[in-house]
Ligand binder design. Structure first.
Ligand SMILES: *[C@@H]1O[C@H](CO)[C@@H](O)[C@H](O)[C@H]1NC(C)=O
Ligand SMILES: *[C@@H]1O[C@H](CO)[C@@H](O)[C@H](O)[C@H]1NC(C)=O
Ligand SMILES: *[C@@H]1O[C@H](CO)[C@@H](O)[C@H](O)[C@H]1NC(C)=O
Ligand SMILES: *[C@@H]1O[C@H](CO)[C@@H](O)[C@H](O)[C@H]1NC(C)=O
Ligand SMILES: *[C@@H]1O[C@H](CO)[C@@H](O)[C@H](O)[C@H]1NC(C)=O
Ligand SMILES: *[C@@H]1O[C@H](CO)[C@@H](O)[C@H](O)[C@H]1NC(C)=O
Ligand SMILES: *[C@@H]1O[C@H](CO)[C@@H](O)[C@H](O)[C@H]1NC(C)=O
Length: 411
């Protein structure tokens, strides 16, 4: 059995275009907008309620009509990046592109501008206040780990030294803001359900085996957590088939990935529906993080990847790496659930960001790419993970907007 680090996933993934090309049809995704008539969205109707902690903002009054996922990237050197790479001590070498030698930095200067409203300005103190005596947990793979790191960087700047800490526990990284008794956790579970890839460092990439009906080993650590953010995608997409078990008797069988994904998601949905108290807990599910592995998809005739890309894609774009079928499975399952799960629909907005990946300015198996490896970007560039500061900061701004909105509803 080959043990590989997470950062080796990109190379493996470059196998999946052929496999997936046939599955992907751009177009018809069912709309799943925020709807204020939902019982948890009372605030949309009752502008009379005075917020307990914060003054009202335009954002909140427009929240109900605004699809925040519909918009464009605008250059905003004045307010972006939200933090400096060198000022955040918690970034892993995998994502510190400037320190790793990336020559351009414009990718840090883009702000997501929805068409019908403006996202609230990220306010670390406000969020820490919302998270006072609470736990926020990100569950998923290395993409999710970067969203965790982004969140920690966004929060840590307002916390003095000695009042913040980060430590590891099995499968977890735990950030604490002492004065607020606020905790932000990353939990490694690349398939959400159990698998043979559950060790955060020593896991097999090639011989994946997923237990579609088993979640207890992980979910025991999610009990009572105030805000849960789930994500799982890229690990499923190695080939169109995946080895899995489902129920008894314990038989390993090859499943179509779309089938396996749905079975796993239903196991998860069932756990959420029976274990979450919607009065005190909030659940989010992040849509797939796009990849930019094949430059011919945005530049006809080219034969490269995200390497050397310094500018977002302009105009409509959807890459074949983002499976519409999986997206539909997620929204269908969420729709059928008893507990309301907020769908963080970050795929489309991140699709434009071919410039945001770590490319060759990253490490692999714990070592920075050598100049020799860098000179061969076609095989070494990582077009799956993102530089920080960067695109995952925007996912957190959106998460922040949701939490701010919820905080008006006694959360
Ligand atoms: C919101 O919910 C109402 C009633 O449930 C429905 O009529 C309306 O179409 C929904 N709007 C959206 C945007 O989903
Ligand atoms: C996600 O957002 C994009 C951009 O607004 C939209 O086109 C798409 O329909 C949304 N998908 C879902 C499932 O809500
Ligand atoms: C933003 O900064 C970049 C590089 O630092 C520069 O090239 C660009 O012209 C600036 N844009 C604006 C609108 O100031
Ligand atoms: C709120 O929405 C209205 C109409 O949709 C728009 O004209 C206005 O600019 C929005 N306000 C903000 C602050 O985005
Ligand atoms: C600190 O936060 C935890 C949740 O993370 C909570 O269980 C505990 O009661 C809090 N402590 C105090 C003193 O409020
Ligand atoms: C499933 O496992 C068998 C036995 O190890 C292996 O031969 C096969 O290639 C695996 N299938 C996939 C899709 O990985
Ligand atoms: C990358 O960009 C640099 C500077 O624009 C250029 O010299 C080089 O040829 C480009 N490399 C590739 C592989 O496109």
């Amino acid at each position: 059995m080959t043990m590989l680090s997470v950062s080796s996933v990109p190379r493996v993934l470059s196998l999946f275009p052929l496999a997936l090309a046939s599955l992907v049809v751009v177009g018809t995704v069912r709309l799943f907008l925020e709807n204020c008539s939902h019982p948890e969205k009372i605030i949309c109707h009752s502008s009379a309620i005075e917020p307990p902690l914060f003054s009202s903002t335009n954002f909140l009054s427009n929240w109900s009509q605004c699809n925040i996922y519909d918009g464009k990237w605008v250059l905003d050197n004045a307010s972006r990046p939200l933090y400096k790479e060198e000022d955040c001590p918690y970034l892993a070498n995998q994502v510190t592109c400037q320190r790793n030698g990336r020559p351009d930095s414009l990718y840090q200067n883009w702000r997501w501008q929805p068409n019908g409203c403006t996202l609230p300005r990220f306010d670390a103190r406000k969020l820490l206040e919302i998270l006072r005596n609470k736990r926020l947990m990100f569950i998923g793979d290395s993409i999710q780990r970067s969203q965790f790191q982004s969140m920690v960087c966004l929060l840590q700047s307002v916390i003095p030294d000695g009042k913040k800490s980060i430590h590891r526990a099995p499968s977890m990284k735990i950030f604490k803001a002492e004065d607020f008794n606020a905790t932000v956790v990353f939990y490694w579970a690349p398939f959400i359900v159990e698998s043979n890839s559950d060790h955060a460092v020593k896991h097999t990439v090639h011989k994946r085996l997923v237990k579609l009906d088993s979640i207890e080993k992980h979910s025991q650590h999610w009990k009572g957590v105030d805000v849960l953010v789930f994500e799982s995608y890229v690990w499923w997409m190695y080939s169109p088939l995946i080895n899995a078990t489902n129920g008894t008797p314990y038989i390993v069988e090859e499943y179509k990935v779309t089938t396996a994904y749905e079975l796993a998601l239903r196991t998860w949905a069932n756990w959420i529906d029976t274990n979450i108290n919607p009065q005190t807990q909030k659940v989010f599910f992040t849509s797939s993080s796009p990849t930019h592995l094949w430059s011919w998809e945005w530049r006809t005739g080219s034969d490269e990847n995200c390497f050397n890309e310094t500018y977002p894609i302009e105009g409509s774009y959807w890459g074949s790496g983002s499976s519409i079928d999986i997206m539909k499975t997620v929204t269908d399952v969420l729709h059928e659930m008893k507990i309301k799960v907020n769908f963080l629909n970050i795929t489309q907005l991140s699709e434009y960001r071919k410039d945001g990946h770590t490319s060759v300015y990253t490490e692999r198996r714990g070592k920075l790419l050598t100049s020799e490896q860098r000179s061969n970007p076609k095989t070494t560039a990582d077009c799956i993970h993102w530089c920080l500061p960067g695109v995952p900061d925007t996912w957190n701004e959106i998460l922040y907007a949701h939490l701010l909105h919820n905080s008006y509803n006694n959360f």
